[in-house]
Design a protein around this ligand. Structure first.
Ligand code: TXA
Ligand code: MG
Length: 347
């Protein structure tokens, strides 16, 4: 398949005057799949009502069919067509955080969406992305759009159109390039079918921000204890892993350097994921800065690009510094722990 690529100005104010928006929307209407930017990561969109379109998404990504997709909407009214009810706390969260990096899980109205999109579950995950290009494409299609991250399954999520191209060129109908995404990690997923809503995946909206609006919010035990089975099907898969084995190090930079020296003595090529503050400290084959330690938003926004960069090196082993579990740091550490297969060395 010949994958189209359009470059757009990120700030679309009048969808009618941007031909690439209507071309992308037409492809969606014709049940083709198209990647587009959101404020978190690039999504691979398809008509959520059509089995064939949804199957194309799973096929392009190589995604296991038991992992449901997030449905993207541009207007709240779209929800009524496929959601059974909107609990009060969900309504408050929507008011505060939509459009934005928050996915809410509702009871699904049967028959309104492709069953493949929701992996046959009785619930459905929905979000309204805060990105003018995503909103314009969804609006122009007039459809609920199923959109997982636009990476091959298991790879780091794409934060640029180039990342999408690396993974999916030839496998999808098109990519709309709206420049690098902002948040850099995926949306927070919150199950609103429980009286006390539960965070199933940490992301761009933090627990503290959620609790400020609706009071107590709990966290899926599987996020804390890896022995528990996660409630979100996608969280059980190995994900984001770079090609070389990654280990997180809970220790000083001097300690990390000692670990590097040992590996070098074994003849191995070593990479380190650090931040701008420490990038000149280390002596290793590949030292890559992932944002600034005192600005966790910058770490989140560079993380997947940095994980992908290590794949373009000849590193045999990788070490990463750890980050504080506060604010978006929860999401950063959640993704890093997965990328590391939960390997952590304590000094
Ligand atoms: O920021 C994002 O959320 C990005 C952009 C493109 O919007 N999308 C994204 O989609 O991260 P994906 O498919 O990579 O991750 C969706 C996650 C998976 O962990 C999936 O298992 C979970 O949401 N999920 C979807 N529907 C669910 C449901 N009904 N119950 C529990 N978890 C669900
Ligand atoms: Mg994903």
């Amino acid at each position: 398949m010949n994958t189209k690529r359009w470059s757009v100005d990120k700030y679309v104010d009048d969808q009618g005057s941007y031909p690439h928006i209507s071309q992308a929307a037409d492809l969606l209407i014709n049940n083709e799949v198209v990647a587009f930017p959101t404020e978190t990561v690039y999504g691979l969109g398809g008509n959520a009502k059509n089995d064939e379109a949804v199957e194309k998404i799973f096929a392009a990504k190589g995604r296991p069919s038991d992992n449901p997709l997030i449905i993207h909407i541009a207007e709240e009214e779209q929800l009524n067509a496929f959601v059974e009810e909107i609990p009060e706390k969900a309504a408050q969260l929507m008011k505060q955080f939509w459009p934005g990096p928050l996915t809410l899980i509702f009871k699904k109205k049967e028959g309104a969406l492709s069953d493949h999109a929701t992996a046959g579950l009785s619930t459905v995950a929905v979000r309204m992305p805060d990105h003018p290009v995503a909103l314009a494409i969804i609006s122009a299609s007039g459809l609920p759009i199923a959109a997982p991250s636009a990476n091959r399954s298991g790879r780091p999520s794409p934060t640029t159109a180039e990342h999408v191209w690396e993974d999916l060129n030839g496998k999808i109908a098109g990519v709309v390039d709206g420049g690098p995404t902002g948040v850099g990690v995926e949306s927070t997923v919150v199950d609103c079918t429980e009286f006390i809503p539960v965070i199933l995946r940490p992301g761009g909206v933090t627990k503290e921000q959620l609790e400020a609006v609706i009071g107590e919010v709990s966290v899926d035990p599987a996020l804390v204890d890896k022995g528990e089975a996660p409630k979100s099907p996608g969280m059980k898969y190995r994900h984001y892993a770079p090609d070389a084995p990654l280990t997180l190090v809970d220790g000083t930079k001097e300690y990390i350097q000692e670990l590097v020296n040992k590996k070098k003595a074994e003849g191995l090529s070593v990479g380190i994921l650090t931040t701008e503050e420490n990038v000149n400290f280390y002596q290793a084959d590949y030292v890559i800065a992932c944002g600034k330690r005192d600005d966790l938003d910058s770490v989140a926004s560079s993380l997947y690009d940095v994980l992908r960069k290590f794949n373009n090196t000849n590193a045999d082993v990788l070490f990463s510094e750890m980050f504080p579990q506060e604010g978006v740091g929860h999401a950063v550490m959640n993704r890093l722990m997965k990328a590391a297969g939960h390997r952590v060395i304590n000094s």
